[in-house]
Structures are given as structure tokens and as C-alpha cells.
Design a protein around this ligand. Structure first.
Ligand code: BJW
Length: 230
């Protein structure tokens, strides 16, 4: 491969064929709530039980035996293992399917479903069961301080400095299975283009920022990702 510094951005579409629903698909509602009604700090302040239930259900689903990485996750892990240059995988997904497939140089910019965070101290805890509104946390003992370790609208995505550095030094940027509706991730293609990188969109259908990409391949991630990287 003629490239040396690759940044890959993934979104919900990469996990769709593993059985995890995307956000903005035809059935993108949860219990008739819009995403914006459960994925904001205001929603958590207003109705913490509703928000905890939303994430508890998704955590249970993620840990159910039928959920497993698909061929797209596997192909990206294989690329990381075999690529002689450096590859940073930035995912907007809060599932752990990239890790399960073997990816290691990975940033979860919107957080991780299998971690809880203390709202008072920022301490992180692994979590595989349900979070409840009255749970006290080990670090401060305050009940109700634990929240899912995820990034809601209006909050700062994680590790932005490391991501910006990688984008400004990359020569190939690959975006996979994201609608391009949510910033700052939707702006990464422009950062990569400004750095002189070749940019590629792999998606089921054109996303909102498709015009910004130099190359496109449309189809299910399990097919187009494996086809592109191998
Ligand atoms: C397949 C497939 C298959 C399906 N194969 N593909 C105006 C302008 C600019 C910004 C803003 C603005 N107004 C407000 C903002 C800021 C706001 C924002 O972007 N709002 C928009 C709605 C406009 N952003 C924020 O608030 C962010 N923070 C922020 O900006 O901080 C300030 C800042 C300033 C400067 C620098 C840096 C920061 C925070 C955003 C947090 C998003 N959080 C969520 C929830 C996370 C927890 C959870 O999972 O519950 O993240 S929202 C949700 O959307 C989730 C996702 O990661 C994210 C993106 O969704 P994604 O992955 O694109 O999924 P879908 O469903 O939209 O698309 C799926 C795609 O897959 C589709 O394209 C399908 O075609 C495809 N597909 N099957 C391949 N088999």
C-alpha cells in the first residue's frame, strides 16, 4: 500500500450487521423517544431513570450471545496487524466490537457503554450489569453520581487532541458507516483533505458529507470494508 499514516473513522453502520441498530435508520426511535431526548445532559438531569434504562437495554443487548464482530470489524483489525505504517481507528460507537475483533490502536470518541463514570470525580468503572439512579459510587459515595461513560450532545468528544494530530498527519482517511450528521466527526474529512490525504467514504448509501470525499464505495460494510482493505 502506498500510504503510511491512516486514520479510520467508524460509525453505527459498521456494527449494523452485528445486530446493533443505527441511530438514524427507519426504526431509529427508542420507546418513541428521539435520540436527542435521551442523549443529552439535560435529558439525564430531567429523567435519569429513562436515560439509564436506554443505556441499560443497549448494554444488555451488546452482551447478549448473538452479538459479535462482523467481517468489517475483522478486516480493520487485520489491517492494523498487517499495515507497516501507523493506523488510528477512531470510532463513534460505544460498543466494544472493534476490540473484540482485535483492534488495539482505537479511540472511542463518544465513550464506551461498558464503562460508568462518576459525575463528581470523573473516575471510570467497568460495568456489565445495569446502572441505577440511586447507585453510590466507590470514589465519592454519593448516590446518583454514576452515569454512562458516553458523550452526549453539547459535551466534548474524547481525545480530540490526539485525533486532530492524527488527522493533520494522515495520508489516507477512511470513513465507514456514518451518516455525517454529527460534529465534530462529520468534519474530519475536511481536516484530512486539508492535510493532503486521500479520503474514502465506505457506506451503505451516501452520507451528508459525501461530496467532500475523493472516493466512494457503497454497500454493506461487511463487503465493502473487506473489499477495500484487503
Ligand atoms: C451502514 C450499514 C451497513 C447502515 N453497512 N453502512 C451545528 C453545526 C455543527 C455542530 C453542531 C451544530 N449544532 C449542534 C452541533 C454540535 C453537535 C452536533 O453535531 N449536532 C448535530 C445534530 C448538528 N455535536 C455535539 O454536541 C458534539 N460535541 C461538540 O460538538 O462539542 C463541541 C466541540 C467543538 C469543537 C471541537 C470539538 C467539539 C457531541 C456529539 C455527541 C454525539 N453523541 C451520540 C450518542 C453517543 C452515545 C450513544 O451511543 O448513545 O453519538 S449521538 C449519535 O450520533 C452517536 C453516534 O456516534 C453519532 C453518529 O451517528 P452515526 O454513527 O453516524 O449513525 P447514524 O445512524 O446517523 O448513521 C448510520 C450510517 O450507517 C448511515 O450512513 C447508514 O447508511 C449506514 N449504514 N447500515 C454500512 N450494513
Amino acid at each position: 500500500m502506498k500510504y503510511q499514516h491512516i486514520v479510520v473513522l467508524t460509525g453505527a453502520g459498521v456494527s449494523a450487521e452485528s445486530g446493533i441498530r443505527t441511530f438514524r435508520g427507519a426504526d431509529g426511535l427508542w420507546e418513541n423517544h428521539r435520540l436527542e431526548d435521551v442523549a443529552t445532559p439535560e435529558a439525564f438531569d430531567r429523567d435519569p431513570e429513562l436515560v439509564q434504562r436506554f443505556y441499560n437495554e443497549r448494554r444488555r443487548q451488546l452482551l447478549s450471545p448473538q452479538i459479535a464482530p462482523n467481517a468489517a470489524h475483522q478486516a480493520l483489525a487485520e489491517l492494523e496487524r498487517e499495515f507497516p505504517g501507523d493506523l488510528l481507528l477512531v470510532t463513534q460507537n460505544i460498543d466494544d466490537l472493534h476490540e473484540r475483533a482485535g483492534s488495539r490502536n482505537l479511540i472511542h470518541m463518544h465513550g464506551e457503554l461498558l464503562k460508568a463514570r462518576c459525575g463528581n470525580t470523573g473516575s471510570l468503572y467497568p460495568i456489565r450489569g445495569d446502572l441505577r439512579t440511586g447507585d453510590p459510587c466507590n470514589c465519592c459515595g454519593v448516590s446518583g453520581s454514576l452515569r454512562p461513560h458516553v458523550v452526549w450532545f453539547g459535551e466534548m468528544p474524547l481525545e480530540m487532541e490526539r485525533i486532530s494530530d492524527a488527522l493533520s498527519g494522515c495520508d489516507l482517511f477512511i470513513s465507514i458507516g456514518t451518516s455525517g450528521n454529527v460534529y465534530p466527526a462529520a468534519g474530519f474529512v475536511e481536516c484530512a483533505n486539508a492535510a493532503g490525504a486521500h479520503s474514502v467514504e465506505l457506506n451503505l448509501e451516501p452520507g451528508s458529507t459525501h461530496d467532500a470525499f475523493h472516493e466512494h464505495r457503497y454497500g454493506p460494510a461487511s463487503e465493502v470494508v473487506a473489499g477495500f482493505v484487503r
